[in-house]
Write a protein that binds this ligand. Structure first.
Ligand SMILES: Nc1nc2c(ncn2[C@@H]2O[C@H](COP(=O)(O)OP(=O)(O)OP(=O)(O)O)[C@@H](O)[C@H]2O)c(=O)[nH]1
Ligand SMILES: [Mg+2]
Length: 355
């Protein structure tokens, strides 16, 4: 699963990307001229997996991961196409919104105005979608003049509807689409259709925003919001873990914003984790909410799905409560489930297979 970090120039995208990936990609205005995006794989922190590892003491602990792509700032109509290309293939967008005030970092629109920036960038995404729709419609109309084709007509009708929707300044993620229509337009990778996480990048003098719930504008469907202080997090990323806690408490904070950002992205993508445990490895596996036991087995290995017999399932919360697998068995909380069992976030699973 991939998330793309977007935002206006110097909003702090690369700074936050480095915090997430513990990377060292060059930040600052000069870096913005580089067109290649930064790409990094990020572990999804999970206290449940830490706990399981402490119990099973495995040789290896493997966390779920999300990939982040950091593109340079969106500047002017000509640059946009270039900058947006790498985010067409991601499953979610992370929009870093500049909140921090710092005269040494100029804003492309002169002043710091987060609501305006959000609106403008959302608008750019919708314009980009309108452009791809128009291009496709032109082609379709030409073809339909030559031959009659029901599938193409349906596609055209859908695109007309989508275009109207976008022209009323609403993103495609808010438009209801039937499964059939979804299939028709799958290849388009519309930008305003992707789930969106707004990340308010605040300055060190705005930390009180972290302690207050976000209240400016109610969240719209398919979006989430989180607040982070990029600069402070960058300093935190340099600290040894034992110093991190006192650093946080010096600022009156209880957790790092980077962890929250990663977890929010994971949830926004509709992802959940199940675990496998043992002496060799304790591992969190990523699935889409709603997947069944056989599909989940296939995420571990396609062979496990093909030769699936049953899944032995218990839940993390019960494991914490009773402490051992044996105790769970005695309580009847370690069950055998069939292919169609809907896997829950936090299930601990052993796949029984023939092969
Ligand atoms: N004061 C302050 N400065 C920040 C903060 N976050 C980022 N910066 C600074 O803002 C400048 C731009 O940050 P980048 O992370 O390069 O921004 P970007 O969005 O990647 O910029 P482009 O890729 O050029 O579009 C750098 O000099 C950062 O040090 C913050 O929270 N507070
Ligand atoms: Mg950058």
């Amino acid at each position: 699963m991939k998330a793309g970090i977007i935002g206006l120039p110097s909003a702090g995208k690369t700074t936050i990307f480095n915090v997430l990936t513990r990377g060292k990609a060059a930040a600052g205005p000069a870096a913005g001229r580089k067109l290649d995006p930064n790409v990094g794989v990020v572990k999804v922190p999970d206290p449940r997996l830490n706990f399981l590892s402490s119990k099973f003491n495995p040789k290896k602990t493997t966390y779920a991961t999300v990939e982040f792509v950091d593109v340079h700032g969106l500047v002017g109509a000509k640059g946009q196409d270039l900058a947006l290309a790498p985010v067409r293939t991601v499953e979610a967008l992370v929009h870093v919104v500049r909140w921090f005030q710092d005269e040494s970092v100029p804003h492309s629109d002169g002043t710091v105005d987060p609501e305006r920036d959000k609106r403008n960038l959302d608008y750019e995404l919708m314009l980009a979608d309108i452009a791809s729709i128009e291009k496709r419609m032109e082609r379709l109309e030409k073809d339909l003049k030559k031959i009659k084709n029901a599938a193409l007509e349906k596609e055209l009708a859908y695109l007309q509807q989508a275009k109207q929707w976008l022209e009323s300044e609403k993103p495609l993620r808010e438009m209801e689409v039937s499964d059939e229509e979804k299939k028709l337009v799958k290849g388009f990778a519309f930008l305003s259709e992707k789930p969106m996480l707004y990340v308010d990048n605040i300055g060190e003098d705005q930390l009180d925003r972290l302690r207050r719930p976000h209240a400016e504008v109610p969240l719209r469907a398919g979006t989430a919001q989180t607040t982070i202080c990029g600069k402070l997090e960058a300093e935190m990323a340099e600290l040894p873990p034992e110093e991190l806690r006192s650093f946080l408490s010096d600022y009156g904070l209880s957790e790092s914003g980077a962890e929250r950002l990663i977890q929010t992205t994971y949830r926004l993508l509709g992802l959940i984790s199940f675990f496998t445990v043992g002496e060799e490895e304790c591992r969190a596996w990523t699935i889409i909410r709603g997947m069944n036991a056989q599909q989940a087995a296939g995420v571990i290995h396609t062979d496990l799905a093909d030769h699936f017999i049953r899944a032995e399932v218990c839940h993390y919360d019960d494991f914490v409560k009773y402490g051992t697998m044996q105790a769970l068995k005695e309580k009847g909380l370690l069950r055998l489930e069939g292919k169609e069992y809907r896997v829950k976030d936090g299930d601990i699973i052993t796949v029984r297979h023939s092969g």
